[in-house]
Design a protein around this ligand. Structure first.
Ligand SMILES: Cc1cc2nc3c(=O)[nH]c(=O)nc-3n(C[C@H](O)[C@H](O)[C@H](O)COP(=O)(O)O)c2cc1C
Length: 214
């Protein structure tokens, strides 16, 4: 992998927390270090995004998720050229022949945000029947970073066993649990900081992220 991942796979599933996905996509769309994002949404994700982000169907899905709030920035990592509409490529979850289904495709890392316990179960048990799970399976077998932002509460033993199995196979379990010590003033601020933590974890630290100074 290059110093910074240039080719990211981002998947979203039917767990609550679509606002976290939105802020992650906004950040990678702005980040000039990221050249390609393959984006996959499960059917259940569409259902949850309809509730939480007022997303209507799959038409112009990326534009709907990003909304109208992409702001150019003067930061080094953010340039107008990074706003190419080609950067985030929507892949169909049913297309197991898509680029990210193969280890020979040079994806650098994968993030599932939010990750349902259903998707977690399939990844943890190698059930790679749809593209999200297949891409995750490939990411693990190629020993590339896989970050699972799992959201469910409470957790029963099967969830906990699946979390263990996925971690044991090399995934990072990055529960969708935001921090509060930076006193987020809004849900957007909370979700943005969480997305920044995920991106820092895969080698894409964001210049305006909060840093605890003790
Ligand atoms: C509004 C809504 C919220 C949901 N929240 C969660 C959740 O937080 N975590 C979870 O694992 N499943 C949640 N579900 C259930 C999943 O969407 C469901 O299990 C689905 O089959 C997951 O499919 P997927 O993993 O293919 O996306 C929610 C469903 C709805 C409609």
């Amino acid at each position: 992998m290059p110093n910074h991942p240039q080719n990211l796979t981002v998947a979203t599933t039917g767990a609550s927390g679509a606002i976290f996905l939105r802020h992650l996509l906004l950040a990678v769309e702005r980040d000039a270090r990221v050249k390609t994002v393959n984006f996959i949404a499960s059917d259940a994700a569409l259902r949850v995004m309809a509730e939480e982000l007022d997303i209507q169907g799959r038409a112009n899905l990326v534009t709907q998720i990003l909304g109208a709030s992409i702001k150019p920035s003067t930061s080094k990592t953010r340039t107008a050229s990074s706003h190419s509409p080609q950067k985030i490529q929507l892949q169909s979850n049913s297309d197991i022949g898509a680029n990210v289904a193969s280890g020979s495709y040079s994806a650098d890392a994968m993030v599932v945000i939010p990750c349902s316990v259903g998707t977690l179960a399939r990844i943890a048990n190698g059930i790679a029947s749809q593209l999200i799970e297949r891409a995750a399976d490939v990411t693990l077998k190629e020993k590339r970073p896989l970050v699972l932002c799992v959201r469910e509460t409470p957790l029963h033993k099967i969830h906990i066993r699946n979390l263990y199995c996925a971690a044991d196979a090399g995934a990072t379990i990055f529960p969708l649990i935001p921090a509060y010590y930076y006193r987020p003033a809004s849900l957007d601020e909370m979700a943005r900081e969480f997305a920044y933590r995920v991106l820092a974890h895969v080698g894409l630290p964001q210049p305006d992220a909060f840093h605890w100074k003790g």
